[in-house]
Design a protein around this ligand. Structure first.
Ligand code: COA
Ligand code: MG
Length: 305
């Protein structure tokens, strides 16, 4: 699965911004045909994205397209226009129920078969941004094997439930927690909300660290200045990696001596703490910071695990 610390949007009808995003080396480039594009510019956006996919070298950046919602009446034309240029993934906005994901997946399967491409190669990412999306998270998260990530859309969600967005964010906190929890339960990546204040980098940093702490694996970005702070926040620091290694090494020693719980620097360490440390190393590895790691505590999968 592609590393997706920062998922960057730009209006699909803006070739300059697509090129700009490529020059930044951002993990994922998501060319938009939905809300970032005016209603009378959808055709231009489809054509521009197709041309970009065909002509530009995206380097290590993932090539994603956000289509209009399944059921909007625009989604079929979006797919028809961009699929021939072979994007790596499709972002489906405003997913309310599993059937919308299944429908897009069927279109992709038909397309892959017609072109002789490996079946299932095009990934799906679902935007969770309505009240119905939250209520139906279980069926959405398990809708299709192509689904790799849940993306949390805070602005649309607040609008949908009739809440007023605040800096503290309590009005969206249940939904933000639900998305990351369901993603973890179903083995999906989770990509946190957009930070709208593009000039406030300190605020962005704080919200990114908070999202990473909640176990989000990445965050949506909308401006070049947001890429570096976000990618950094979703990659464990050298100190965090060193501390995780210390915990795992100490746990291995204590396990060998027959102790499941012990104290390290005055803090109790037991199984969940060790698991959290292993997650830090996993994220470091995913972010390209560690080549390969032996955690020394590989566990067999129990039944139903
Ligand atoms: N992707 C790539 N490049 C971007 C970008 C983005 N999302 N946002 C801005 N840039 C580029 C600009 O084109 C400009 O390039 P230049 O210096 O080569 O001319 C540079 O970064 C600085 O941009 P700036 O002037 O600070 O911003 P702006 O006023 O041009 O644009 C927004 C502000 C909000 C309109 C713009 O950031 C944007 O389009 N964001 C994404 C919107 C979107 O896709 N929304 C839907 C998903 S939520
Ligand atoms: Mg939205």
């Amino acid at each position: 699965m592609h590393v997706r610390r920062a998922l960057m949007y730009m209006p699909g009808d803006d070739m300059h911004k697509i090129q700009k995003a490529i020059s930044l080396g951002v993990d994922c480039i998501c060319m938009d045909i939905e809300d970032g594009v005016a209603a009378n510019r959808k055709t231009e956006a489809r054509a521009t994205i197709r041309q970009a996919l065909q002509e530009l070298d995206f380097g290590h950046s993932e090539r994603l397209v956000r289509i209009n919602p399944a059921g909007s009446g625009r989604e079929a034309a979006d797919l028809q226009a961009v699929l021939p240029a072979r994007p790596e993934g499709i972002v489906i906005p405003k997913v309310r129920e599993a059937g919308q994901i299944a429908w897009v997946s069927e279109q992709l399967t038909d397309f892959e078969r017609e072109n002789g491409w490996p079946e299932g190669e095009i990934a799906l990412l679902a935007l969770i941004e309505t009240a119905r999306s939250i209520v139906n998270l279980r069926e959405i998260a398990s809708a299709d094997p192509r689904l790799q990530a849940l993306i949390f859309g805070a602005e649309d969600l607040a609008g949908d439930i009739g809440a007023v967005r605040t800096v503290a964010g309590w009005e969206i906190f249940y939904a933000r927690s639900a998305v990351v929890t369901y993603a973890a339960a179903f083995g999906l990546q989770s990509i946190d909300m957009v930070y709208m204040d593009i000039h406030n980098i300190e605020g962005l940093r704080a919200e990114s660290i908070q999202g990473a702490g909640m176990a989000y694996t990445g965050k949506q970005v909308i401006h070049p200045n947001q890429v570096q702070p976000v990618q950094e926040a979703f990659t464990p620091s050298d100190e965090a990696i060193a501390q995780a290694r210390r915990i795992i090494e100490a746990a291995d020693r204590h396990q060998a001596a027959g102790a499941g719980a012990f104290a390290l620097d005055g803090m109790m360490v037991d199984a969940p703490v060790v698991k959290a440390a292993e997650r830090v190393l996993e994220r470091a590895r995913a972010g390209g910071k560690l080549a390969s790691i032996s955690t020394g505590s590989a566990s067999a999968n129990p039944p139903g695990g």
